[in-house]
Write a protein of this length. Structure first.
Length: 344
């Protein structure tokens, strides 16, 4: 605002052509935000900046008119300025209005806090609307630079909740809404499931493919529901995870995902009975429940592991992992190391 106020003031006072000056102002002031939307400058076209720029320009233009009127004691407008400057100003205003209506959509928030390119900003807004709905208003889009442990992440704040996005992979990493309660919607279970599946198919096509789906009410009521996708190869649970929480009105409450390619694994050798005996021999405890196979990384190498709960007196004590090929008890690598979106 302080940048454009004096600039527009001195333009009007120095040219003494108010409407011609308005034509120049109408192009240059919103043109700054148009440039930020069109070029990869690391800044975005925002409502707040556009409003402040125009406010500063309007104050400067008005102050210039007042000074011209005080100095001449007559109207600062004259016939030639009306004829030439008025047409130019009107044309400039119509062109800018058309551009902002049809080609550029400013974002909410202050661009100083963003650090995203126009392409990143557009995709982040598309993801927010795709998850929360067309009514969603984006408050802020902010970049988190890459670190040795994770790629570039874009954090999106909306009036509905938060999204974390992986820019390099163009993946949604997590969604968390502000409202953590079911909204008492009238959708049937099948209709609410369909709403969750639309989001899953649109944004998580790779995770959905060939996955087994479960749909369960949370808390024993009519909502919210948990829509879960898991993938199995030869009975081994793959590392990919996708869980979507959907309310009874079809609103997306939360999304958690681990986007990973299915690793190549050796074929398991130990069956369930053998691994139960092996677990009891190794731990000197009793097996509780049914063991199951999952893919985890051990010293950087993907292996099929049996997860076995063991304990005593009806209480679980440990959950050892036993290699389904060698029968050895192993310690898997930390889950964080296995959850990078770029991992293969």
């Amino acid at each position: 605002m302080l940048l454009f106020l004096p600039a527009c003031f001195f333009l009007v006072v120095s040219t003494r052509w108010p409407l011609a000056s308005l034509a120049i102002i109408s192009v240059t002031v919103p043109g700054v935000e148009l440039t930020q939307a069109a070029l990869p400058l690391g800044r975005a076209c925002t409502y707040s900046d556009l409003t402040l720029n125009c406010l500063g320009a309007a104050l400067g233009f008005t102050a210039g008119l007042v000074v011209l009127w005080v100095k001449s004691r007559r109207s600062p407008f004259f016939h030639r300025d009306f004829r030439l400057g008025g047409v130019a100003a009107g044309s400039a205003l119509l062109v800018m209005l058309a551009l902002f209506q049809g080609a550029v959509t400013p974002v909410e928030g202050a661009s100083e806090a963003l650090g995203v390119t126009p392409a990143q900003d557009r995709w982040a807004r598309e993801a927010a609307v795709g998850v929360f709905g067309e009514h969603t208003r984006v408050a802020q889009v902010q970049l988190r630079p890459a670190t040795p442990d994770e790629p570039v992440v874009i954090d999106v704040t909306t009036d509905e909740g938060f999204l974390n996005l992986s820019w390099a992979a163009r993946k949604i990493l997590a969604v968390d809404s502000f409202d953590r309660q079911d909204d008492g919607g009238t959708l049937s279970s099948a209709q609410a499931k369909a709403a969750g599946e639309r989001v899953a198919n649109r944004w998580f096509a790779e995770e959905v493919k060939d996955s087994e789906v479960t749909w369960d009410p949370l808390g024993g009521g009519n909502g919210p529901y948990s829509l879960s996708y898991r993938r199995y190869h030869h009975g081994v649970l793959m590392p990919m995870r996708l869980d979507i929480t959907v309310t009874s009105s079809g609103r997306i409450m939360a999304i958690t995902v681990r986007s990973m390619k299915d690793p190549d694994l050796p074929k398991p050798v130990l069956d369930r009975k053998e691994v139960q005996r092996r677990a009891e021999d190794l731990t000197k405890l009793k097996v509780m429940g049914e063991p199951f196979l999952l893919a985890e990384r051990v010293k950087g190498v993907w292996r099929p592991l049996w997860l076995v709960n063991v304990g005593e007196n009806g209480e679980a004590r440990e959950a050892p992992r036993i290699d389904a090929v060698t029968g050895e008890q192993v310690q898997p690598d930390p889950v964080m190391d296995q959850a990078l979106p770029s991992d293969s």
